[in-house]
Design a protein around this ligand. Structure first.
Ligand SMILES: *Cc1c(COP(=O)(O)O)cnc(C)c1O
Length: 404
């Protein structure tokens, strides 16, 4: 194997418990494992999170949900003890039977999604009501039904279709990493309006859930009135429901930096989280180059002195961002070789990368090299690539293995 990802079980469950503690007593976390657990390997992470106590997992689509069911069963967790699985990214009409068969719980927001589900439930004469979570669009214009008329239509439809039961009501916030965000306040108001309509329609969901890792992070500082967690508790209590929070990136040890006032205090959680992934590759070859020799495509790096360079068995096809290439003539990003920084020389290629090991003794063919982990974080990659840690992590294409 030329490149692989080592997942720390201790850190993954430690991050889960840190986020739970920060969310506060009595608020369970839905552990988000979409996009192959943010590049960390669903097969490795789902059982660890279940063992850590997660009663809900969140995936994007039915296909990921079926995979998660298989993984949990293979890990020896009997169906009745497996976490519930929420399909957060919407589902298509032809997936209704698959959802029911694998006990996957879809997020829904429109009659055109509900109809095929209700039809599938009727066909199966299940003898129990199939549970769905209703998403309210409070301002992202992505998924969800807006409060008001749109929601009224869906609620009226639900009232005449007893095969389906609204187990959860949820929304998604757009700016949770912004301290005291006006957008969050407006979204909160819209959600309260929607919950009022749900209650009036006689629906009492077991669960009301919102948020993401940054919301938990942000709330550590903004205790009291400003805290969206405190707000959520109130909304859920008024509806006769339990509150739940959803968390993804924080489980894997990353979180956006809180912007604006109270940002420093808010990084409390951020600082307790520890990166779970160590992405490694191996040295394919070591060679000496002379002054004036160029490295890689277009010869963008020119050696100013004799150097020792190592060829690594990973490139942008594996998820190593091409932006780690140095700007013309300069080194760019770095990797960790024997615990020391080794600068990327020239352009990152599709499956190969050259790094400077002149000052690092005893580097030889076959040595393991850290592409992402202690000494080089997904935030470092993201800064160099002009993106966010999320995109770096879920872009990593390497087989995951569990360690300690
Ligand atoms: C991905 C996702 C989350 C998790 O967000 P993080 O920022 O990774 O914690 C929560 N809710 C929904 C609906 C999501 O799609």
């Amino acid at each position: 194997m030329k490149s692989w990802v080592e997942i720390s079980e201790e850190r993954l469950s430690g991050n889960y418990h840190a986020l739970r503690t920060a969310a506060g007593a009595g608020i369970p976390l839905l552990a988000v494992v979409k996009a192959n657990a943010y590049g960390h390997g669903l097969a490795v992470c789902a059982p660890v999170l279940a063992k850590a106590g997660a009663r809900w997992l969140g995936v994007n689509d039915a296909e990921e949900g079926v995979a998660a069911r298989g993984i949990l069963a293979a890990a020896g967790i009997p169906v009745e003890l497996q976490p519930r699985i929420l399909i957060m990214g919407g589902s298509l009409p032809d997936e209704a039977d698959l959802l029911i068969e694998h006990d996957l719980t879809p997020v829904v927001w429109g009659v055109e999604q509900l109809e095929p589900l209700a039809a599938a439930v009727d066909r199966r004469e299940m003898g129990f009501r199939f549970r769905v979570h209703l998403e309210v669009d409070t301002g992202m214009a992505r998924q969800g039904v807006p409060p008001g008329e749109g929601l009224e239509t869906v609620l009226a439809w639900l009232a005449t279709h007893p095969g389906l039961r609204v187990e959860g009501v949820m929304t998604h916030f757009a700016s949770t990493e912004v301290a005291l965000s006006g957008q969050t306040l407006r979204q909160r108001e819209a959600f309260e309006q929607a919950m009022g309509q749900v209650t009036l329609a006689g629906i009492r969901p077991e669960l009301v859930h919102v948020g993401n890792s940054s919301m938990i992070d942000n709330c550590v500082a903004a205790a009291g009135e400003g805290s969206s967690v405190v707000w959520l508790r109130g909304v859920a209590a008024r509806a006769g429901s339990d509150a739940m929070l959803r968390a993804g990136i924080g489980l894997y040890g990353y979180c956006l930096t809180i912007e604006g006032e109270a940002g420093d205090a808010a990084s409390l959680v951020h600082e307790q989280l520890r990166p779970v992934m160590t992405w490694k590759t191996r040295v394919l070859a070591v060679r000496e180059i002379g002054r004036g020799d160029t490295v890689g495509y277009n010869g963008t790096y020119v050696a100013q002195r004799p150097m020792q360079v190592a060829l690594l068995a990973a490139g942008y096809a594996d998820g190593l961002r091409r932006e780690l290439s140095g700007p013309s003539g300069l080194p760019g990003g770095w990797v960790m070789v024997h615990g020391q920084e080794a600068a990327v020389l020239g352009r990152v290629s599709m499956n190969l990368t050259v790094v400077d090991v002149t000052e690092i003794p005893d580097v030889k063919m076959g040595d393991a090299v850290v592409l992402l982990g202690d000494g080089i974080t997904a935030e470092d990659h993201a800064r160099l690539a002009g993106t966010i840690s999320y995109e770096v992590l879920c872009g990593v294409r390497a087989e995951a293995r569990l360690v300690e």
